[in-house]
Design a protein around this ligand. Structure first.
Ligand code: NDP
Ligand code: OXD
Length: 310
């Protein structure tokens, strides 16, 4: 019998995903009906994005899994009505986009590109930037996205270290973990990248104390989540020049309110949550593979640990 797959992914996603998901399901050999509406008790899988109105999962008694189109699941992971397995998105094209955003912004700061692009004037200053091998990068969060970005920076010769919750081994990259590890990662870093999920443990992990551990003039790139950083502490560190620059893609409130000081701060660059998007062609294959697994009774890929929150 064909599985009923409900798209509960908010405005626009039906149009974006309908054809790629049908193609990916066919390619995976899965018989499925992709629908926008169905009686809850008839639904086998839910493809979900946080912009969907669906909040009460209790009536979906037959549902085998909720498959998130988003990598970050903080807006659904704590939903008490969700008892079905929840899988987050690990999409190769999303990862590619994140690698490009991180390396692009790291290179901007490393090469001091603003000196030549933003307000060059007529100054002939032939001072050369150091080589990447002379810059230390701390990749805070060394999961699917952090590890890929760390490898790309390492391939450009940056000295990269990682930091995670549990001990990690990422080929060729020294990794720290835990609170002591955070201090060790921050202390030497010229560029700090935050690619952690938002959980009760990570909220405000960059705060007045931990920002105080950073090397003077360090640059922060945050494509993770806005809540990872204590905004008041970051603004104070930027005002004092203790943090040289912050390039921020994600914010506590999105869109970033018009009167937020980040918009106009001379040491802040705002990008509007565009670091990496889930791409239909590739993510549809991930969803289809998980539905195939569900139908075959195999373990799901990228299942969220609800207790950990990611
Ligand atoms: P993963 O789950 O693969 O990796 C998360 C990493 O964070 C892991 O290394 C994990 O440690 C670490 N971590 C979690 N909690 C802690 C903690 N308390 N202390 C130290 N380390 C911790 O996630 P992804 O790499 O796929 O994604 C990361 C985040 O990026 C997403 O949650 C989302 O918020 C954000 N994102 C942003 C996008 C954008 O466009 N701006 C696009 C997509 C994602 P461990 O290895 O020990 O588990
Ligand atoms: C995600 C995001 O989590 O776009 O997928 O931030």
């Amino acid at each position: 019998m064909a599985a009923t797959v409900l798209m509960a992914a908010g405005p626009g996603n039906w149009e974006r995903y309908n054809a790629p998901l049908r193609a990916a399901l066919a390619e995976a050999g899965v018989a499925a009906d992709l629908v926008q509406e169905a009686a809850p008790e008839a639904v086998d899988y839910i493809v979900y994005a946080p912009s969907a109105p669906l909040q009460n999962f209790t009536p979906y008694s037959r549902c085998k899994a909720v498959l998130s189109l988003w990598a970050g699941v903080e807006r659904i992971v704590g939903n008490a009505t969700l008892t079905q397995p929840l899988c987050r998105m690990v999409d190769p094209a999303l990862t590619e986009g994140m690698v490009e955003w991180v390396t692009g912004h790291a290179l901007r700061h490393h090469l001091g590109l603003d000196r030549y692009i933003v307000n060059p004037g007529k100054v002939w200053d032939p001072a050369c930037p150091p080589l990447a091998r002379e810059r230390q990068v701390a990749m805070l969060g060394i999961g699917a996205l952090g590890a890929a970005a760390a490898r790309a920076l390492q391939a450009l010769n940056f000295r990269v270290c990682g930091w995670s919750r549990s001990p990690r081994e990422v080929q060729g990259i020294p990794c720290h973990h835990g609170q002591d590890g955070l201090r060790a990662a921050l202390e030497g870093a010229d560029i700090i990248v935050t690619l952690l999920p938002k959980t009760p443990e990570t909220e405000n992990f960059l705060n007045a104390e931990t920002l105080g551990w950073c090397k003077p003039g360090a640059v922060i790139l945050n494509p993770g989540r806005g809540a990872l950083i204590d905004d008041v502490a970051l603004l104070a560190a930027l005002d004092a020049g203790r943090i040289g620059h912050a390039t921020l893609d994600v914010f506590r409130v999105e869109p970033l309110p018009q009167d937020h000081p980040y918009w106009t701060h001379p040491r802040v660059t705002v990008t509007p949550h565009i670091a990496a998007d889930t791409r239909p062609a590739t993510s549809a294959r991930v969803i289809a593979e998980n539905i195939r697994r569900g139908q075959a009774g195999e373990p799901f890929l990228h299942q969220v640990d609800r207790a950990r929150g990611y």
